[in-house]
Design a protein around this ligand. Structure first.
Ligand code: GLY
Length: 409
């Protein structure tokens, strides 16, 4: 689908439209009443929306009596192998140095084992690499060159993960934002300063986009991807995929994989490879995972927090909402800052109840969603949002990224 200049301006202008704390209605999968019961009648598998196309093959593993982590891997290796999904694996958006560095972790409920890798270059299926660390070492986490060397020894193939499309998007960022990067005080720092909003923001914003369109054309970015590339430059994405599954025996597993925050400082690891932040599974209770701003999620250990909340009686939706509210608390409810925070959680309880929750609902025409398969066919469901509107992307780049036209401080 072509993402036009008008769509881009319209969707980025939604942020801040409604900053009031919502009281969300229960999500569809959250409805199972009463205390946490036994296993569901049929297997259930949930994931971030970008895993939708691969849910069937994950579900088939579960219905054929296969392992719950193998089912999860069937889903998340799909986007890892897809060069057009630029949030994960092959084709992931690179770091500041134009190098793709990948992170992943997994937890296997039946054996209570975990594996993780961070900052891995040249191996696209880091989810499987994390699983290999889990299965073939006495460690839980390997990083950087060590993780890569281990992967090659274990038979993983070296591949160039940088697609020409992602490289050109990086070039657009580099040439547009040449004085802006991830250095300097972050959003949580008392020294943080909002971008300079002096002048006519609307005009400056439009002018900036016009300039970027010309630059994108010169760089050779395909016309149909041009506005999407500009969006990735202005709102560096933290796209990721998480997947959790349960089979009819009540066995559960989960995993998360990502190329991390676009244009990150080399060596930066987000939440996805952190067991307890990006993914956590305890099949006595449930499994949960995260996509979004890794830095914020690490500070609330989101996935672990959600599982512990379910252990103490919360529904999946309540458990996820509580984790989001912990992020809100970390900013003392400062909506100017929270406008930059994007976070989605996915929670699956041991009775098959599930929920997707998110900090911001997203643009009306493109709401935040999760993908579900529970035997009644696969489908998307809207995640339940704490706030209505679209986040501004995180963090604002000092002097570089202009706020959307209608956003006022
Ligand atoms: N959640 C992905 C990242 O922040 O790296």
């Amino acid at each position: 689908m072509k993402f036009t200049r008008r769509d881009f301006i319209a969707t980025t202008a939604v942020a801040g439209a409604s900053l009031a704390l919502d009281v969300p209605a229960p999500a569809q999968g959250d409805q199972k009443p009463g205390p946490v019961g036994g296993p569901p009648k049929a297997p259930v598998i949930i994931c971030a929306a970008n895993g939708y196309a691969y849910l069937d093959r994950g579900y088939a593993v579960l219905t054929n009596g296969g392992d719950t982590l193998d089912a999860v891997m069937q889903v998340i290796t799909g986007p890892e192998d897809d060069p057009n999904d630029d949030s994960v694996g092959l084709g992931g958006l690179p770091n500041e140095d134009c190098v793709v560095q990948l992170d992943a972790c997994c937890m296997h409920g039946p054996t209570r084992m975990a594996g993780a890798v961070a900052g891995v270059e040249g191996i696209k299926n880091v989810s499987l690499l994390a699983k290999t660390v889990m299965e073939h070492t006495g460690h839980v986490m390997l990083v950087g060159e060590g993780a890569q060397k281990f992967g090659f020894k274990m038979g993983f193939r070296r591949e160039n993960l940088l697609t020409e499309r992602s490289r050109k998007t990086w070039q657009l960022w580099r040439e547009t934002m040449s004085s802006d990067d991830w250095w300097g005080p972050g959003l949580a720092s008392p020294k943080f300063k909002f971008p300079d909003t002096a002048g006519n923001i609307s005009e400056l914003y439009e002018e900036r986009i016009r300039h970027m369109e010309k630059l994108a054309e010169r760089i050779g970015i395909a016309p149909e991807f041009r506005m999407a590339a500009i969006e990735r430059v202005l709102n560096p994405p933290t796209g990721t995929i998480h997947c959790s599954s349960i089979n009819a025996k009540g066995e559960m597993s989960g995993a998360t994989t990502t190329s991390g925050l676009a244009w990150k400082i080399p060596g930066r690891a987000g939440d996805s490879p952190i067991v307890g932040a990006g993914s956590y599974a305890d099949q006595d209770v449930g499994s949960a995972g995260a996509t979004g701003n890794g830095e914020e999620n690490i500070k609330v250990c989101g996935a672990h927090t959600i599982v512990e909340n379910m252990r103490h009686g919360m529904s999946p939706q309540e458990a996820g909402m509580d984790a989001l509210k912990r992020i809100v608390r970390n900013y003392n409810g400062d909506m100017q800052k929270l406008a930059y925070v994007d976070m989605s959680y996915y929670a699956l309880r041991k009775d098959g109840a599930y929920a997707g929750v998110c900090m911001w609902s997203g643009a009306a025409e493109k709401p935040r969603r999760l993908a579900v398969h529970d035997g009644n066919g696969k489908r998307y469901e809207n995640s339940v949002a704490l706030f209505q509107g679209k986040s501004l992307g995180w963090p604002p780049m000092p002097g570089g990224r202009r706020l959307a036209p209608e956003q006022k401080h």
